[in-house]
Design a binder for this molecule. Structure first.
Ligand SMILES: *Cc1c(COP(=O)(O)O)cnc(C)c1O
Length: 465
């Protein structure tokens, strides 16, 4: 008999969470101006807002916290991390940063400029993450989405829906001179298109196009380990290979990467920027010192550098990744049992609910995915996040609302944090909203918004009121 699968860890510490009443939640979401980011965490029961910084650290990571060397320069914790970066990612040069967006700020300052030097310039890639886009567009440049068309069809089941369309990328690179394209950045896995992986063949293809055009090629490596797992599982020739071996091959095609270590670093805070080229590393160092801190700590405490050095290794262990991806898939399968429309194939870190199919009667101008997120919260204290028109923000030139092809409610699963019962609960909450969807016909309108990255702070009111 084949023995069933089980998590390769047991639980040593628990944290109490509380179920609230529907009346409490109705009051809480109104007080939060219908913005899920404004809820207090105590008002949430199962928090699938993000997998960022919400993972549970291992006892080995906590032990490393105690060994943290808090020296300003040359801390042993820094050297432990340097060794882990080399071993897992293969890069000789790296800078710590306090989180992923800080890494982006430093890299974009070095490659585009610290001010608005980006005007007229393009940064192609697969669907850029929102802060990446913020750092590009905040400098006057434009993020060009070259993701394959299949990524925008929620019903097609393809193994690598995060792939870059090489013809689209080739066109951008061919039309513009190298001076107008400061870099190309490919996000693995592609968060904005549904946590979908990018194949090794595609990474290699992008690398070749960029090299021929003289354009630096970077990976946004927040979920590189999950991407490596999918390559092992789905791409011919990689079955049986080690996750680290696959990860190092992915990185070998790039000139460097940024990484939010709050994802596949399994730490609560931290980030990285890696470089192949020493000259670029030196140029970026000046910005890192200005914005983040000296090169051997970059906005992180020694103990956090140490915990990350362990986290990078743990995140690239196959049994961990199998359990991780299986838990996310369990959530997806349970949702589908209730008839909830979700993106296929399931993402590595999250299940993306197709809000347009879920709530066909809510007009797109009233923020369909946000409406679904609010309903899920009120129904069962479940918090997801909108990836739709609020996040897509306004066109930087026309200031018109941008309506993306997909309106998604992302249910992101923190690493090693919730049990399968929590997944079953979350699915039941969505199933319960589905039962009354015919009565959900109106959404929300904006009362107040910021000029950039508005979804974090936007204030809304019911559109029908
Ligand atoms: C989270 C994330 C970032 C930004 O990182 P922070 O640590 O949140 O600043 C950038 N890119 C991707 C793909 C991410 O998921």
């Amino acid at each position: 008999m084949e023995l069933p699968f089980a998590e390769p860890f047991r639980i040593k510490t628990v944290e109490t969470i509380r179920r609230s009443t529907r009346e409490e939640r109705e009051r809480a979401i109104a007080a939060a101006r219908y913005n899920l980011f404004n809820l207090r965490s105590e008002e949430v029961f199962v928090d699938l807002l993000t997998d960022s910084g919400t993972g549970a650290m291992s006892s080995a990571q906590w032990a490393e916290m105690m060994l943290g060397d808090e020296s300003y320069a040359g801390a042993s914790s820094y050297y432990k991390l340097k060794e882990a970066v080399k071993e897992v990612m293969g890069f000789d040069h790296f800078l710590p940063a306090h989180q992923g967006r800080a890494a982006e700020n430093v890299l974009m300052s070095a490659l585009i400029g610290p001010g608005s030097e980006g005007r007229g310039k393009l940064v192609p890639g697969n669907s850029h993450f929102d802060t990446t886009k913020g750092h590009i567009e905040g400098r006057g440049a434009r993020a060009v989405d070259c993701t394959v068309d299949a990524a925008f069809d929620p019903t097609v089941d393809l193994p690598f829906k995060g792939d870059v369309d090489l013809a689209k990328l080739g066109k951008v690179l061919g039309e513009r001179g190298r001076g107008e394209i400061p870099l190309c950045i490919v996000t693995v896995t592609c968060n904005s298109s549904g946590g979908q992986p990018v194949s090794m063949a595609n990474i290699r293809g992008v690398s070749e196009l960029c090299r021929a055009a003289g354009v630096p090629f970077f990976l946004d490596a927040a979920r590189f380990a999950e991407n490596a797992y999918f390559i092992r599982k789905r791409e011919p020739g990689y079955d049986g290979k080690g996750i680290r071996e696959i990860a190092r091959e992915m990185f070998s095609y790039a000139d460097g990467c940024t990484m939010s270590s709050k994802k596949d670093g399994i730490v609560n805070i931290g980030g990285l920027i890696c470089f192949r080229d020493e000259a670029l590393f030196r140029r970026a160092s000046s910005f890192n010192i200005m914005y983040e801190g000296f090169n051997t700590y970059g906005g992180m405490a020694g103990r956090d550098l140490g915990a990350l050095s362990v986290g990078l290794r743990e995140a690239t262990e196959l049994p961990y990744l199998e359990a991780r991806i299986a838990q996310v898939a369990r959530l997806g399968a349970k949702l589908e049992l209730y008839g909830v429309p979700v993106l296929r194939p399931y993402g590595g870190h999250a299940i993306f609910v197709d809000a347009k199919r879920f709530l066909p009667r809510v007009p797109r101008e009233e923020f369909v995915a946000q409406t679904l997120g609010i309903e899920a919260y009120v129904e069962g204290g479940l918090r997801g996040v909108e990836i739709g028109a609020l996040m897509a923000d306004r066109d930087p030139d026309s200031r018109e609302n941008r309506y993306p092809e997909l309106e998604l409610l992302r249910l992101a699963v923190p690493r090693r944090t919730y049990t399968d019962n929590h997944m079953d609960y979350a699915a039941a909450v969505m199933g319960s909203v589905l039962e009354r969807r015919d009565r959900i016909t109106r959404g929300y309108r904006i009362v107040r918004e910021a000029p950039l990255l508005r979804h974090f702070t936007v204030e809304l009111e019911p559109a029908g009121a």
